[in-house]
Write a new protein. Structure first.
Length: 146
């Protein structure tokens, strides 16, 4: 039987984060879920694309929009391993995302440190799903870099 809990979807986002880690990218991954099914996956590609906007969230918004043929992600949930930054939260707001679920809180660059109401007014937010696993991967990455 296919399991579809928030933890299951976050584990899939972690798989994407591990792909980023393996490419020496900051290990953040994201998946978009529609009707209890993953329809898009992405991870950070800022180094590979030499593009500061190539965050996992921005990549998965583009992939989803291309797939569904529209710019609005209504009835979609994004699972991302780290709380989005202000740029990504703005992108999610413009996409009118229904729900945001993230793993680790970003106490330095997370959008909620700057402007909690930045997301679309109807977007539901849940943080801290598999927080330990999500933050461990990021900590390991930056420990390796130092």
């Amino acid at each position: 039987m296919l399991r579809t809990t928030p933890e299951d979807f976050m584990r899939q986002a972690l798989i994407e984060a591990e792909k980023a880690y393996d490419k020496d990218e900051v290990p953040i991954g994201a998946v978009v879920v529609h009707n209890n099914r993953i329809i898009a996956r992405a991870h950070n590609l800022t180094e590979r694309l030499n593009d500061t906007t190539a965050h996992a969230e921005m990549q998965v918004i583009t992939a989803t929009s291309n797939l569904i043929g529209g710019k609005y992600l209504k009835n979609c949930t994004i699972y991302v391993t780290l709380e989005p930054c202000v740029m990504c939260a703005g992108g999610l707001a413009w996409a009118q995302l229904e729900q945001l679920v993230f793993g680790a809180y970003d106490n330095v660059r997370g959008y909620s440190n700057y402007s909690p109401p930045l997301l679309h007014k109807r977007t539901k937010v849940t943080g801290g799903i598999l927080e330990d696993e999500c933050s461990l991967l990021i900590r390991e990455f930056f420990k390796k870099k130092r």
